[in-house]
Design a protein around this ligand. Structure first.
Ligand code: PLP
Length: 400
């Protein structure tokens, strides 16, 4: 058996690797606390579960669903966009159901990137944009992001010979892993860039509802002219605590939506119609359960950030997402500090380098672990850091 060459370019999926390390420690009897994966710890709201149960009992849901998603689901998406963003969508041509947004993101390069073409991916960024591009034999070009610029890229600094070869630009605000946010002025700039260089913007708006202190993130499609050059991908995973249900959607430019739909008809046969019915209940149902969950994360964010600051870490207070993107203390690199926390605190965090070269010098902590476990994790981190000054391993800036 031979594994195809393209697979050799793909690194192991970040969390698969972390899961293995955690399992090895657990097997040794260590009480490991994982703060690594962005998977909501709070339950899916009841009315959504009820909708699934009811729909699952209806034999009409047991057959293959329509490829593009059920009509009811696509109408619910359009209704939600109108209410939430004031953006009008035609459910027949501008909305496509996805089996989670990751599925859509992973298929985008197959549809829009020829072998050798460039996809612009933010660095640091969600790893799927780059790996999916490589799977389609395209070339991911890392667009630098920095704390100084609020984790928003300088599009003017992208070399014109790269922009000319680019077919797709992935953007993601609110941003994983940095917690950075972008406003409509930046989206308008991205529309101009896309028009100038004939690039499709793929905006990943997975975290639009996970925002704090009254902040309401925008849709890329609110920017003037966005629909000419962009699609936006969305997910029910984080908003409704439905990561395991695998339901998302793509909206926007109808030619792009149609092309993505053509690929999907050849690869998958859609998400279970009963899950789509539950998605309708989510998107058309009350907002209160979402607000309650976000309030819990906001409270946790405040407590955890305060605790980590007391432990000596320079933890920022993100306006959105459930991620803390924290500079590592002097003397460590990202992997070295991650190992230190694992070995001395039994706490799993994600090294920033898992999100690209410019993630060096950072770790990511996800707020999706219970308050009790967080209290224990912060206590252990504080101890590990208190103890660490004297015994900080020399040469921990290991090249790994
Ligand atoms: N996009 C970003 C930026 C994410 O962080 C994630 C999941 O962590 C996804 C997409 C995938 O979400 P889904 O569950 O909809 O596939």
């Amino acid at each position: 058996m031979q594994i195809a060459r393209r697979m050799q370019r793909i690194p192991p999926y970040l969390f698969a690797d972390l899961d293995r390390k955690r399992a090895a420690l657990k097997a040794k009897g260590v009480d490991v606390i994982s703060l690594a994966v962005g998977d909501p710890d709070l339950p899916t709201p009841d009315h959504i579960i009820e909708a699934l149960a009811k729909a699952a009992r209806d034999p009409a849901t047991h057959q293959y669903p329509p490829y593009e998603g059920t009509r009811e689901y696509r109408e619910a998406v359009a209704g939600w966009y109108a209410r939430r963003f004031g953006v009008t969508l035609d459910p027949g041509t501008e909305v496509l159901a996805l089996i989670g947004s990751k599925e859509g993101l992973a298929h985008v390069p197959w549809v829009f990137v020829n072998p050798g073409d460039v996809a612009l991916v933010s660095d640091p960024g969600y790893p799927v944009y780059a790996t999916a591009t490589m799977m389609a034999d395209g070339e991911p070009y890392p667009v630098p992001m920095s704390r100084e610029r609020g984790w928003v890229p300088d599009l003017g600094a992208i070399p014109s010979e790269v922009a000319r070869r680019a077919r797709v630009m992935f953007l993601n605000y609110p941003n994983n892993p940095t917690g950075g946010t972008a406003e409509l002025a930046f989206f308008a700039e991205a529309v101009e860039f896309a028009k100038r260089w004939d690039v499709l913007v793929v905006h990943d708006n997975t975290y639009s509802e996970i925002a704090y202190d009254g902040y309401r993130p925008a849709s890329f499609l609110q920017a003037p002219g966005a629909r000419d050059v962009a699609i936006e991908l969305h997910s029910l995973s984080k908003t409704y605590c439905m990561t395991g249900w695998r339901l998302g959607f793509a909206v926007g430019n109808r030619d792009a939506i149609q092309a993505l739909g053509v690929l999907k008809t050849n690869i998958d046969s859609g998400q279970f119609a009963a899950i789509q019915a539950a998605g309708v209940a989510a998107l058309t149902g009350p907002d209160a359960p979402v607000r309650e969950r976000v309030a819990r994360w906001q409270e946790r964010r405040n407590t955890v950030v305060a605790g980590l600051r007391r432990a000596g870490l320079d933890a920022p207070l993100p306006k959105a997402t459930f991620y803390l993107w924290i500079p590592v203390p002097a003397g460590y690199d990202a992997v070295g500090f991650t190992s230190h926390l694992l070995e001395h605190a039994g706490v799993v965090v994600t090294p920033g380098t898992g999100y690209g070269q410019r993630g060096e010098g950072y770790i990511r902590i996800s707020l999706t672990t219970s308050d009790e476990r967080f209290a224990e994790a912060v206590r252990r981190i504080r101890e590990a850091l208190g103890a660490s000054a004297a015994e900080r391993p020399v040469g921990s800036r290991a090249e790994r």
